[in-house]
Design a protein around this ligand. Structure first.
Ligand code: ZN
Length: 88
């Protein structure tokens, strides 16, 4: 147990923090997801710490999930080149 951690909803804070990234992914089994939900709803410490953590993960995911403008540009350039090649 970490200092200041509590056992809420059948889970200690350390267990909740361990599965937070999966929780954000929605990759947890429904039972565990419910327990983490219950824990986060009742535990101030995790709400504060876990809330920050979830926000950071979500921000990272937004950054990584952005469509690559380069790929689009490259595809357009390729199409143009193919078109030019086709006229010859
Ligand atoms: Zn907690």
């Amino acid at each position: 147990m970490l200092p200041g951690e509590r056992n809420v909803g059948g889970l200690p804070c350390s267990a909740v923090l361990e599965c937070l990234s999966e929780y954000v992914d929605g990759g947890l089994p429904p039972q565990l997801q419910e327990r983490v939900d219950a824990h986060l709803a009742a535990c101030d410490w995790c709400t504060r710490f876990g809330g920050e953590f979830v926000r950071v993960i979500e921000r990272m995911r937004d950054e990584l999930g952005r469509p690559e403008p380069l790929a689009v540009e490259m595809a357009a350039r390729l199409r143009t080149r193919l078109g030019l090649d086709g006229t010859g």
